[in-house]
Design a protein around this ligand. Structure first.
Ligand SMILES: NC(=O)C1=CN([C@@H]2O[C@H](COP(=O)(O)OP(=O)(O)OC[C@H]3O[C@@H](n4cnc5c(N)ncnc54)[C@H](O)[C@@H]3O)[C@@H](O)[C@H]2O)C=CC1
Ligand SMILES: CC(=O)C(=O)O
Length: 333
């Protein structure tokens, strides 16, 4: 019998109770930021969760609502303010502030507004929390991450983006549905841009210990033919558009993906996560932030995995890098 190869996804198992002080600051208490606070509190990811938003009524209301549930959560406290000093001495900062896509908009349509927001907010943030690991979530996340690195001067280990952790969980969900296997036993990554040029790394994907490309189907579930794989890839790319069309924002899955990253940092887990970081000669790709499987721990990001890629996958990754570089250049980064 085939056993699960590993489990990089005990997403349902809350973090171990914290023996040490840990502070998570979340910038932006909108749909993403406040849900991420909720997810992190529910999972016991940090001892203190601090929310910062320029909208004082909103941040105060979110803190009250979250605070009223603390009794039912693992030991933690939640604070919030429209004063950035609430983020002081944070260990991790999740940056979720800024405009979200309207139906029909792409993530790239947010670039100009978001870059100017990062320019405004990041210096004061780094002043109050100089040692934090920074995780950018605001879109377009790869461009925002690249801009934040340039604007802050922080080392590329200490600041990165949430990248395709969310997209990879969407991919795994869809593969699980098509194969009838638990999502926790599906191992597959989306690489490249968190956006339209992203791509699944099929050639390194597996179900349990079976390479995905050798999967022959199970019971009523057929094999993952090239056509099925294309349908899945398209559905991953279109997921955010569909959800935004229906409810105006995506918040639950990104919040859980964010909490997974937070836990990897605060618990120094050295998890392999497809976060967006500044590449330096990854298969010849440099000077661009995009997602590939990467080790995440207390210092932020360290090594990237040289995952085996087919010729087409590598070409796709290069196209994604070129697309992102072109946008960064357009904004003078
Ligand atoms: N990377 C990813 O996987 C995902 C990224 N996102 C992105 O996250 C961002 C936030 O989305 P939502 O929470 O839905 O938007 P939202 O509009 O609900 O919340 C944004 C919050 O940012 C606050 N804000 C604006 N300027 C600020 C400033 N200078 N300082 C502090 N707070 C400020 C606003 O007051 C608002 O509460 C968007 O760019 C969205 O596209 C959303 C889902 C997934
Ligand atoms: C909005 C967004 O980036 C997402 O849900 O993937």
């Amino acid at each position: 019998m085939t056993e699960s190869r590993d489990s990089d996804d005990e997403q349902l198992t809350p973090s171990a109770p914290h023996r040490r002080r840990s502070k998570l600051a979340i910038v932006g208490a909108g749909a993403v930021g406040s849900t991420m606070a909720y997810a992190a509190l529910m999972r016991g990811a940090a001892r203190t969760v601090a929310l910062y938003d320029i909208n004082s009524a909103k941040v105060n209301a979110e803190v009250l609502d979250l605070g009223h549930g603390i009794q039912f959560m693992p030991m933690a406290e939640v604070v919030g303010s429209d004063d950035i000093s609430v983020c002081a001495d944070a260990d991790v900062v999740m940056f979720t502030a800024g405009a979200k896509q309207k139906p029909g908009q792409t993530r790239m349509d947010l670039a100009e507004a978001t870059i100017s927001l990062v320019r405004k907010v990041l210096p004061s943030l780094v002043e109050v929390a100089p040692d934090a690991v920074y995780v950018m979530v605001t879109n377009p996340v790869d461009i925002v991450t690249y801009a934040a690195l340039k604007l802050s001067g922080l080392p590329p280990t200490q600041l990165f983006g949430s990248g395709t952790v969310l997209d990879s969980s969407r991919l795994r969900y869809l593969i699980a549905q098509r194969t009838g296997v638990a999502v926790q036993n599906v191992h597959a990554y989306i690489a490249g841009e968190h956006g339209d040029s992203e791509l699944p790394l099929w050639s390194s994907a597996s179900i349990g210990a079976v390479p995905l490309l050798e999967w022959n189907g199970l019971g009523e579930h057929g094999p993952l033919t090239a056509q099925v794989r294309d349908e899945i890839a398209r559905e991953v790319v279109e997921s955010a558009y569909r959800i935004i069309e229906g409810k105006g924002a995506t918040n639950y899955a990104v919040a859980l993906a964010g909490s997974r990253i937070i836990e990897a940092i605060l618990n120094d887990e050295r998890r392999i996560l497809p976060v967006s970081s500044l590449l330096d000669d990854f298969y010849g790709i440099s000077d661009v932030c995009l997602s590939v499987p990467t080790i995440v721990g207390a210092q932020g990001v360290s090594d990237r995995l040289a995952v085996p890629m087919s010729v087409d996958e590598l070409a796709g990754l290069r196209r994604s890098a070129d697309a992102l570089r072109a946008v960064a250049q357009r904004f003078g980064l």
